[in-house]
Design a protein around this ligand. Sequence first.
Ligand code: SF4
Ligand code: SF3
Length: 542
Amino acid sequence: MSMFCFQCEEASKGLGCTTKGVCGKHSKTAHLQDLLVYLLKGLAVVAQEAARQGRPDPGLGRFIAESLFMTITNANFDDARLEARIQAVIARRDALKAAIGHSSDLDAVNWTGGPDHYENKGLVVGVLSQANEDVRSLHELLVYGLKGMAAYADHAAVLGFERPEIYDFMISALAASLTESDIQTLIGWVLRCGEFGVTTMALLDEANTTRYGHPEITRVNLGVRHNPGILVSGHDLKDIAELLEQTQGTGIDVYTHSEMLPAHSYPAFKRYPHFVGNYGGAWWEQDKDFTAFNGPILMTTNCLTPVKDDYRDRLFTTGPAGWPGVMHIADRPAGGVKDFSPLIERAKTCAPPTELERGEILGGFAHAQVMALADQVIEAVKSGAIKRFVVMGGCDGRHKQRSYYTDVAKALPKEAVILTAGCAKYRYNKLDLGEINGIPRLLDAGQCNDSYSLAYIALKLKEAFGLDDINELPISYDIAWYEQKAIIVLLALLHLGVKHIRLGPTLPAFLSPNVARVLIENFDIRPIGEVEADVQAMMAAA
Ligand code: SF4
Ligand code: SF3
């Protein structure tokens, strides 16, 4: 075994990747990520002590969130950037230790080694360094929840929205994942992670809607025009905002890819006539889409797959995303904007995109838009026209079993409405599912980052129907997961009291049998089953 990683749904053989990641992550990159997380835990211990002394390090919470974000699945494969980040963590930790006069026996607080030692150290301090499988499972569940939270907190911070209590929790929980081994205490940390997950998602929702307005019902074009284009993927709205501004009047069109699709529903972006449409499908099909696009591609966050020669010289990463040898657009200077001129210049030399399909898809059903339709929705529920809502949000992925979600979407009776967010929707968002009394049967709230909308809608419906328990609503949850942002969404739903969630296509490899049992006993989480049986069971709950 030259590495061990089981943080995503595609963990090899449902157990873990041991030689090279199914995602394309090499063992060295895995060790660097393991070491980075380990040292962040040590930094968190020092940060806690600094806070206790009333001498916190300003900006540390943001730095930790950014660093964790770099370790989520399919974001950063660039060893040089990971090494630079490890160096920065050690430097920041040692400066803080010196400033507050902290000493500790913990290796993560003390370890210092040059880049030549990073790989070996990462091998020693990785996931399997915790021998007790239940403690390991809870540590990792907590850390993966924190990685998802870090991604959402970082997106909010980029837009100028930060809440110190989120960073404080992140720091305390990271420290606990290093120093705590009591099972019950760790379960408590995991549940609190869900609580702060809700806080963080609400903050990001506030950030997005304050900056760019509330998403509106929007028909998004799937075809192409005859100008050269730039394709933007990932989740970062500020990147696309600045790119749209910088490409105005250049004759270059801008298209979204995968999780950037919901950008079309924001009022702030609708005013750009060169913001043309969405191109291609889900993240795991990007080779085909990026090759056919012909122009430059900007990858702002996850999900990046191993880069092919066909488009390598047209690919640019920014923010937490990275691939060795691929041009990286630097962070914006304080008070300034990112400089996307290398992409713009490259686009001018490129052919227009090859058309893959034509038509439109409908989006923009985030909470404000759904609430604007609330009377119609409530009336349809009362009359029995809508019998069930099925939340099918989450992630897409390569596994063949994910056709389950397409089949469920097709098999659900016409009285069922699907609520979705995240790239899971690419399994069914191009199907014609029709409407119920003018309400589309597929309501897409946006990115995985917008899952807060789904929780918000559920809570508002609970209020409207005067129910005491969120589980009395005519809503079933059939969630698809892949990476760590889905973990924080799951923990957030558990915090809100949601039970009976179906989770697929497989349960996380990092859940030990005992930890899985706790989730099943307390929340009735269950794996997905056969399409017909699941659809019947979900509808019968109505
Ligand atoms: Fe394997 Fe997923 Fe880890 Fe990649 S992120 S190495 S696919 S478990
Ligand atoms: Fe998708 Fe990567 Fe999770 Fe944002 S783009 S939902 S998998």
